[in-house]
Design a binder for this molecule. Structure first.
Ligand code: ZN
Ligand code: ZN
Length: 731
């Protein structure tokens, strides 16, 4: 038997191991290449990690590889290295992490066919040689003559117009050495717009400070008030990178990937960019990935997973709205795109630019440690500053569809003044509570620990967690009382109320129930661009990333729920949302106004809002976190389990805890649990968690590295599954 070689493969399975296969032939096997592998009764796709001459197992027991899917490796060394770091840092199975780095389209058995275009030319320009074909090979003659007229060559598409069966003809001509083909170099050169907005003094000064720092790795945080022109700074930085022949990855939160930004990039740089986000098909995202990888385009604009785009000459990463929660992937492979991007920039020794008007406490703390550069922009380039926030105390108010009388009066004034009004209410549906007055019955989801929301348009009660729905009962299901009532207000009811209150004003609602696609969102928001008075109602979808200069009033209804949330991050999120929503107004040539309805105007956070300074609030919150020993001054790792019964989930975590306890220095960590999760039952499964917290990251890592090898052996099955979440966003 000839000497065998072995290759280790990553396979997309939630298992902490790699898989070995035998390679007998002499073909080179290169890391990052995909192969089809026999696996169990069927086959699976695996990515080569490495090759070795020996194995721990007897060679006969190791199965041979089946087929190679890629001619050349799909994943470069750098991405493999990044994946390894992610798997190790986030304690995620390497196979799943590596497949996460591939576009969805290539995670199965599909071959990667480069989307480059071929072009055929004549080898010589001998017209006589072509003429000689006329009698014996008229079809070759036809193509040859067309090519004589096209010295630059013709693509498959052009050939097909001459002869539908062109390929066979062309193959013959290639064999006769009459034709040769080449790739069209389709690189789209940036076309830099000649007209650009004038920079404010602040923008100009910041660019001057940053420019000399762009040659090496550094994290730059653009901390600028809403509407301060951060995007313009990104665009100028991108321009300077492109001028050096480099490529750029530009990440935005899903919600922020607005058509406005795409238009702006196109205006500035032409078509030298590709986009990738969840509104596209797998194939479209794959196309974008391939175009960037080949260097056909210089800018890759997209959401979270766009971070893994590969290219030859990456020169900068930009992350807009860096505080946004959508950068955190909560299921499957758990990671934070911002933090992985920083690691990637560090590995490549390139700059990374983060921006936000409401920076995360993590980032602010990093700047205080002096490891990052922080640039403050305190002014808008337009005439008016961000609007002052006013509180409307609604303790003893009567409400109409969620609005108190003073709120409605302000809306009326702004509309009369030809302004646009934005009303933020982060609750979909008509009413969040449906209950019986007699016995206290409430509509509950049968799969989750959650209430059902009344949706008028659908004529149902709907669970926002699992999608369960049921008819609206006419009588109480428990006591038979002949009336069930609804309480609270969602966007659907608010829209209805606004329409009847302001019948002559267009009311636009933006939430997941009415907006199913980005195009639908675009259509809806286009009306705002006209600048005519209107009322825009919406959830998180409208909170950020939009720039409509005619909005003069921002209204936040019902900000109070977050004040009493169990999450230690609730205050931070609330402050971010309030500043973002309020910052939508007054961005044009008219001053803006922002009002927040609250029953708790004395609450310290509400009082801080009045002082107008997110940075001040952030500093207070950081102080509090430091005292409590919470992130960013501590690290959190959460083990979660879910099962059909609570006791199974708890038992799984007890098993994990028993292994952790054995590790040296475990007693130096704070551990909470296992306990049932806050929302214990969700989509029919019971959930529990075990939380580890420490201000000493070294100790936490050490305990984990001692215990993980054994924990990784613990089975995770659909019946009882477990996962681990490093730097979990909550406790
Ligand atoms: Zn009842
Ligand atoms: Zn449910």
């Amino acid at each position: 038997m000839p000497p065998s070689r072995f290759a280790s493969f990553a396979i997309a399975l939630p298992l902490y191991r790699v898989f070995e296969y035998r390679i007998d032939d002499s073909e080179p096997v290169v890391a990052g290449t995909r192969y089809r592998l026999p696996f169990g009764q069927g086959t699976r796709t695996g990515v080569v990690l490495g090759v070795s001459d020996s194995s721990d197992y007897a060679a006969e027991r190791i199965k041979p590889i089946e087929t190679r899917l890629d001619q050349r490796p799909l994943l470069g060394e750098h991405i493999l290295e990044l994946a390894n770091w992610m798997a190790e840092y986030y304690l995620q199975p390497l196979g799943e992490v590596i497949f996460q780095c591939l576009p969805g389209y290539l995670r199965g058995a599909r071959a990667h066919q480069s989307l480059r275009v071929k072009r055929w030319r004549l080898v010589g320009s001998d017209a006589d040689a072509i003429d000689r074909l006329q009698r014996r090979s008229p079809r070759q003659f036809e193509i040859g003559r067309a090519l004589l007229r096209q010295p630059d060559g013709m693509t498959a598409l052009q050939m097909k117009q001459i002869n539908p069966n062109w390929l066979a003809v062309v193959r013959t001509m290639e064999d006769k050495q009459l034709l040769r083909w080449e790739w069209i170099d389709a690189a789209v050169s940036p076309v830099i717009a000649s007209e650009m907005p004038r920079l404010s003094d602040e923008q100009d000064a910041i660019l001057g400070e940053m420019e000399p720092r762009l040659q090496h790795f550094a994290v730059h945080l653009l901390d600028g008030v809403t509407g301060s022109g951060k995007t313009e700074i990104y665009l100028r930085l991108i321009q300077s990178r492109l001028a050096d022949g480099l490529q750029v990855i530009y990440l935005v939160p899903e919600i922020g990937l607005t058509n406005q930004l795409i238009d702006r990039i196109r205006q500035r740089f032409g078509d030298c960019f590709a986009t990738s986000h969840s509104g596209l098909t797998d194939y479209q995202r794959y196309q974008a990935w391939d175009r960037f990888r080949r260097g056909e385009v210089s800018i890759m604009l997209g959401t979270r997973s766009t971070l893994f785009s590969q290219c030859e000459r990456l020169g900068m990463i930009v992350i807009d709205e860096e505080h946004d929660h959508s950068y955190r992937q909560q299921d499957g492979v758990r990671y934070h795109a911002r933090d992985v991007a920083i690691k990637r920039a560090q590995m490549l020794d390139i700059p990374i630019v983060l921006g936000s008007a409401t920076a995360s406490l993590e980032s602010i703390a990093n700047c205080e440690r002096d490891t990052w550069f922080r640039y403050r922009i305190d002014h808008r380039p337009t005439r008016y500053p961000p609007p002052p926030i006013q509180l409307i105390d609604v303790r003893n108010s009567r409400f109409e569809f969620g609005c108190a009388a003073p709120t409605l009066a302000r809306i009326e004034t702004h509309l009369a003044d030809a302004g646009q009004v934005l009303v933020y209410l982060n609750r979909r549906g008509f009413a969040p509570v449906v209950m019986c007055h007699e016995c206290g019955w409430q509509s509950q989801c049968q799969n989750c620990d959650a209430r059902l929301t009344l949706h008028h348009s659908l004529q149902t009660l709907l669970c926002h967690h699992c999608g369960f729905s049921q008819a609206i009962p006419e009588t109480c299901p428990d006591c038979g009382h002949d009336e069930v009532k609804h309480y609270g207000v969602g966007t659907e009811q608010l829209e209805q109320g606004m329409r009847s209150r302001f019948p002559d004003t267009p009311v636009l609602r933006v939430d997941r129930d009415v907006i199913s696609s980005r195009d639908a969102l675009k259509a809806r928001l286009q009306q705002l661009q006209g600048g005519e008075p209107c009322i825009l109602i919406g959830t998180q979808m409208i909170a950020k990333g939009h720039d409509y200069p005619a909005i003069t009033l921002s209204v936040v209804l019902d900000a109070d729920q977050a004040l009493f949330s169990a999450s230690y991050r609730a205050s931070e999120s609330l402050a971010q949302t309030l500043f973002q929503v309020c910052g939508r107004s007054g961005r044009g040539d008219r001053a803006g106004e922002a009002i927040v309805q609250t029953r708790f105007s004395d609450h310290p956070l509400m009082q801080a809002l009045l002082r107008q300074d997110y940075r001040e609030i952030a500093a207070d919150l950081l102080q509090e976190r430091r005292l409590l020993g919470f992130p960013p001054y501590a690290r959190v790792v959460i083990f979660r389990a879910d099962a059909l019964e609570l006791k199974q989930a708890m038992a799984k975590l007890e098993e994990i805890k028993a292994l952790l306890v054995k590790a040296r220095h475990f007693e130096r960590l704070a551990s909470i649990g296992p306990i049932p999760a806050l929302m214990t039952r969700r989509i029919g499964r019971y959930r529990a968690q075990l939380c580890l917290l420490s201000t000493d990251f070294q100790v936490l890592r050490s305990v984990l590295s001692q215990a993980m090898p054994a924990i990784q052996e613990i089975a995770s099955s659909p019946r009882v599954s477990w996962s681990v979440d490093v730097d979990a966003p909550d406790l």
